[in-house]
Design a protein around this ligand. Structure first.
Ligand code: HEM
Length: 298
């Protein structure tokens, strides 16, 4: 089944929302995540900042509906949202204990079952990298509970290095491939970090593991700003890494209602994307219309 047009982030991309979705209004995206004004030519950026652990996985008014969505996806479509390689169990369990400890909760299961329990304590998705190989080889993506994929499939990433995981991202290898591996190698348990990213999407479902065949809306006012807040923590026991991803989305008109400066920033971010990156971000088909729409609001 393909994309079902709707405006409810907590309903999967291929289902129609029920009546409880009526009147939903997305909360504003947190100020500290907003992209700064771009300078110069486009480059992917690492952009990691020190993470205050008191603020690791904060809850807000969308936490409840996000956890409810996760619970339903895990029950009904577990093969799409939960994955673990044969080697991933120990790191997954350590990651789960870290999350549970932070939440002040106890976890009963082991391996990836523990990760599923932990994923239902927080709104964030949980992904786990194994330790670097004994030969110092690049760490691999070994486990995850991912209910808010932005047009990628969890299963296809299992066992992959960071370079392989990011293979569909144009210019990733050239701009930041080696630097990401360095950040991951240097990550220490006492120095967690976080970063954010952004894109424009034409469907608000948090759960959208597929890329649509073509544009889903014509009018820029129907687009959404989609951002992720991602955190990285080294797991001291297994040597793996826990990478959390929290997806947020807000209608573009609400987002630019913050003021002309934010409208200008989005306009400039979109304008400078090379075509291949704009296509990857699903922005290319909307670019001309969105530029004109944003110009009128700058
Ligand atoms: C400092 C660390 C990292 C950086 C700088 C980074 C950067 C990026 C960038 C630039 C994109 C393209 C999306 C966009 O432009 O909005 C991306 C996509 C992605 N990243 Fe990362 N990433 C990092 C760590 C990770 C880790 C640790 C994982 C997994 C455990 C991961 C999994 C992914 C996946 C699955 C995608 C989507 C790829 C696809 O479309 O198939 N990233 N990342």
């Amino acid at each position: 089944m393909g994309f079902v047009p709707h405006r409810h982030p907590f309903t999967p991309y291929d289902r129609a929302p029920d009546a409880s979705a009526d009147g939903f209004r997305a909360m504003p995206i947190r100020d500290d995540m907003l992209p700064p004004a771009p300078e110069g030519e486009f480059r992917h950026r690492i952009g990691v900042r020190p993470l205050d652990l008191a603020e690791w996985l904060p809850s807000d008014e969308e936490t409840g509906p996000t956890i409810a969505m996760k619970r339903a996806l895990i029950a009904e479509r577990g093969d799409e949202v939960v994955a673990c390689t044969g080697h991933g169990g120990a790191a997954a369990e350590e990651a789960a204990q870290l999350v549970a400890g932070w939440c002040g909760a106890a976890i009963g299961g082991s391996g990836v079952d523990a990760l599923v329990e932990a994923a239902l304590l927080v709104a964030d998705d949980l992904t786990v990298l194994g330790p670097a190989g004994v030969d110092g080889g690049a760490p691999r993506f070994v486990a995850g509970v991912v209910c808010a994929p932005s047009r990628w499939s969890l299963r296809s990433k299992m066992g992959r290095t960071m370079l392989e995981t990011h293979d569909p991202v144009p210019r990733y290898a050239e701009h930041i491939g080696a630097a990401v591996d360095t950040v991951l190698r240097r990550l220490s348990p006492d120095r967690p970090v976080w970063r954010s990213n952004w894109t424009l999407v034409d469907h608000p479902a948090l759960f959208q593991p597929e890329v649509p065949d073509g544009p889903l809306v014509d009018d820029p006012s129907e687009l959404w700003v989609r951002m992720e807040r991602e955190t990285l923590r080294r797991l001291p026991g297994t040597g793996g890494i826990l990478f959390t991803i929290r997806g947020f989305q807000q209608p573009l008109p609400d987002y630019v209602a913050r003021g002309r400066e934010q409208a200008r920033i989005v306009r400039d971010l979109v304008a400078r994307l090379p075509d291949d990156v704009a296509r990857y971000k699903s922005v290319l088909p909307h670019r001309a219309a969105v530029a004109a729409w944003l110009d009128a609001r700058c």
